[in-house]
Structures are given as C-alpha cells and as structure tokens.
Design a binder for this molecule. Sequence first.
Ligand code: FPP
Length: 266
Amino acid sequence: MAPYDPQCSDPNVTASGFGDGTGLPQHVAIIMDGNGRWATQHKKPRVLGHRAGVEALRRTVRAAGERGIPYLTVFGFSTENWQRPRQEVTDLMGLLREFVHADVKKLAAEGVKVRIIGSRQGLEPDILALLDEAEARTAEGTHLNLNVAFNYGARDEIISAVQSIVELSSSGKTTIITEADVNAALMTRGLPDVDLLIRTSGEQRLSNFLLWQCAYAELVFQDTLWPDYGAEALDAALAEYARRDRRFGARKDSQNEPTSPARLEA
Ligand code: FPP
C-alpha cells in the first residue's frame, strides 16, 4: 500500500452528493459471484467457470465504458479466497496472469486505466510484476478507470489506514481526523464513493468488499451467475439504480439550512 498522503486534495474523495443529474452512477462496484455454480450447472470443472467469468468481465468492462461509467471496481480475489483448495487458488492466479497478458494492450488502446487494490503480501513475484505492468501500461487511460481488487479485504484496508493515521498522529503531523483523512489513507484514495454495488448469483452479502466506500451505495442483487453477465444485465442494474431515490440521510424537499447537532443543543 502506498503511504498515507494527508495532502490528498482530490475532490473525488468525498461522497458524490446527489449524483451527477444523469441518473448514471459514477462508481460501480461488482462482486462477481457464481462462477462455481455456473460450472456445476454446465457440468464443467470450476476452473472453466472462472474462465467464463473472465469473458464476462471483458463484456462488462466494455459495456461500462460504452455507457460512460467513469469508475468500475471488481472483486477478483479476496483475502479470504486463500482458504479455497490450493488448486483453485492456483487456477485463479493463472487466470489473472492470462488476463493481464492478453488484455492490457487492448485496455490501454481503449483508454482504460487499470489500478490494482489489495495487499501485495503473499503474491508471487511474477504476479506482482504483472500488476505493476498493468498499471504502468494503462496509466494514461482517461475513458474508464478499472480497479481490480485482488488479494483485497476491506477490514485489512481499514486497519492499514488506521495504522498510517496513528503514525502521523503520534509524529504530531495531524490531530483531528477527518473523513477526507481516512479516504486518503485507503487503497481507493482518489476514487469517488461507490454509488452502485452489484452482486450477482442471488447472494446478498458485502463479503468484506469496500465497506467504508459503500456507506451510501445503492445495493443491487441480481440472480444472474457471473459468467452469464454482460451488457443486458448491467443495463438492468443501471435501470434499477436510476429508480432509486438517494437521500444520503437528508431530505431532498428540505428548504432549510442544514442543522448541525451542536445547533440543536444550543
Ligand atoms: C466467485 O465465484 C468468484 C471468484 C472467487 C473470483 C472471481 C474471478 C473472476 C471473475 C475471474 C478472474 C478475474 C480476475 C481479474 C482474476 P465462486 O467461485 O464463489 O462461485 P460459487 O459461489 O458459485 O461457488
């Protein structure tokens, strides 16, 4: 993880307000679930479910870019996924290698900027090099920001953020901790909050994904198994999002100035 940067003044690190007026989420996050069940349904080995999942990821990245979504974050491998059988972990690492080798050039040409979030600990040196390569070769992209959460866990991320803030605090560099300080200490620094969180395969859990960043996300759960995902399913999720009334704890009809708790006490 890069060191905590208290100077980070990117306006995007704050909540995205009442939206951009187009009804389109600025930041979509996806828990790509159901590869194993898809494989079982198709009487195939699990690895082919994950392989079909990579195809779904390609379709979804393309569709998100075409629809003008600026930020897409996907959950590729969680810190808990190490508990899966060794062969499956090896298969997932192999697929990441394949994805980077096969797709980075094309992603760069399409203006997709790749960023990998997650812990680098425990990853093979060649994977680390590939992740760096993917980021470096797509660094100029301006069309779509694709964030791949790999070896990622939100609680680990929050612990690291707290640790870096404590270090700054004990060195006297900061005393009052703000939301912006925490945003800047997370691996997602510089990204807007998640507007829409999608989980496929009918499961309805966050599974330790972007817990801080999803504070006001709209949650959309779809029955589609991830390998079957693509433009049509994404459009259904976007349509559901557009129907939601986002209030962020406030009331849209309120004409009054916001009242702070201190003013209520006065
Ligand atoms: C959940 O399905 C999916 C994963 C654990 C991995 C997601 C990975 C991909 C879509 C492909 C790899 C992509 C990259 C970028 C590495 P599951 O296995 O939990 O399915 P199940 O719940 O049906 O068993």
